[in-house]
Ligand binder design. Structure first.
Ligand code: LLP
Length: 403
């Protein structure tokens, strides 16, 4: 059964809270989490929500209430996770390109850290040696996902330590007697094919014998969710079976078994989110009709940054004749949400819903053009509540005056 908010619910929220507004549907997050736990029940798996997708503290608390763990990409995210009530043992810090001081902070906080450079691994060895178990983030040299801008595992990527440098890694492990608890890789986002994850694990299998204290293979995030009706999500049950077969083909020495960790961001929160906007102006430029809305790349940058497709619906004129509209923002840049998109006749004042806005939507928003960030609303058990107020003009001056 598809879990989603109805047109009426969304319109009521637009009326009550105004637009633009981000709306999140708690039960959709729950349904996605259950899909993960059910598909991976045939393996020893732990799920860590990649909170870089959406860090609203109420969302973090909700995710925690489901029994999910959390993956952080900065020490500030670690602090948010602690603030939301996660136990340090539920927190993973997958760093990239960070200063060693952030790693020291993470050690003090007692969270598990995946280190992504030889330089930081060496500093870690010097500071902690065998005393604090550590994870190593590898670059698998796999090109994955549909979009180069969000691919992270390929052989020109800045992420992870290239697998071909395994000798250098092993030298450090030996020199500092490092206790390597996890091997990590993350190949990209929007990965539909289970084979990509299997390829990743195959690469790790070769390395496992070198790390006798290893407990976990962390395969990162990147599961695909559909952004349009033609797209499909990653077939998780098939992925689980393929991973199980891969393990069966590679029995580990001494009957040892390893846990698998995943770090999904989009899979958990993309589809739960809606960005509701209102149409400010219609403009017929003779080649296309622009529907200019009260939002822009400052609120949802994905279409501009990645040419990402987001489904759009005219909530307030559902019976209007279908016509092509180019939906644009109000920013002084070309911030097109959709080009020549078939929508029910759009009129000034109509409320449009932009779908799949939960992941990397609000989280990547900015104050460009001195525009204000919108409110966030959570719907749970049919009730809506404000979980972040909209910014006001005073917020723009907050960090600049009376210094
Ligand atoms: N783990 C690591 C180490 C990551 O770098 C990421 C995403 C994830 C997990 C979660 O990936 P997901 O399951 O959300 O695909 N802003 C882009 C996506 C960039 C993702 C960066 N890292 C977008 O809006 O498509």
């Amino acid at each position: 059964m598809s879990v989603q908010l109805t047109r009426e619910q969304l319109l009521t929220i637009a009326r009550e809270y105004g637009t633009p507004v981000y709306v999140y549907h708690a039960e959709k997050i729950k349904a996605q989490f259950q899909k993960l736990t059910s598909a991976f029940s045939i393996l020893d798996t732990k799920i860590f929500y990649a909170c870089k997708a959406l860090t609203n503290i109420q969302i973090l608390r909700y995710v925690k209430s489901l029994g999910c763990n959390i993956d952080c990409s900065s020490f500030n995210e670690v602090q948010l996770a602690l603030h939301a009530g996660f136990d340090p043992r539920q927190i993973l810090y997958t760093s990239n390109g960070i200063s060693f001081s952030e790693i020291q902070d993470a050690v003090k906080a007692g969270v598990h850290i995946n280190i992504d450079s030889l330089s930081n691994l060496e500093k870690f060895g010097q500071a902690y040696g065998h005393d604090y178990p550590v994870g190593i983030r590898l670059r698998p040299n796999i090109m994955a996902g549909g979009n180069m801008k969000i691919a992270t595992g390929h052989d020109r990527s800045k992420f992870g330590i290239p697998v071909e440098q395994h000798r250098e890694i092993l030298n450090l492990v030996q020199q500092y007697q490092l206790h390597v608890r996890t091997l990590h890789l993350h190949s990209g986002s929007d990965i539909k094919e289970p084979e990509v994850f299997v390829k990743g694990i195959e690469i790790l299998f070769d390395l496992i014998p070198h790390f006798p204290e290893l407990e976990v293979l962390d395969l990162g995030g990147g599961f695909k969710v559909p952004y349009s009706s033609e797209e499909k999500e990653t077939p998780l049950p098939e992925l689980a079976h393929q991973l199980k077969s891969a393990f069966d083909l590679h029995p580990l020495a001494n009957g040892k078994s390893l846990q698998i960790w995943f770090e999904p961001g989009k899979f958990l929160v993309s589809e739960c989110g809606y960005l509701l906007v209102s149409v400010n102006v219609l403009k017929d430029n003779t080649k296309e009709v622009f529907a200019g809305v009260n939002s822009g790349l400052n609120h949802l940058i994905r279409p501009t940054l990645y040419d990402a497709y987001h489904r759009i619906e005219n909530l307030s004129n559902p019976d209007g004749v279908m016509k092509p509209f180019t939906v644009t923002g109000y920013i002084c840049e070309t911030d097109t949400f959709a080009t020549d998109r078939l929508l029910n006749q759009v009129r000034e004042g109509d409320v449009l819903a932009i779908y799949n806005a939960g992941a990397y939507g609000f989280e990547m928003s900015s104050n460009y053009n001195s525009r204000l960030k919108p409110a966030e609303v959570l719907v749970e058990g049919g009730m809506s509540r404000l979980i972040r107020r909209a910014e006001q003009f005073e917020d723009l001056l907050r960090f600049q005056e009376n210094l």
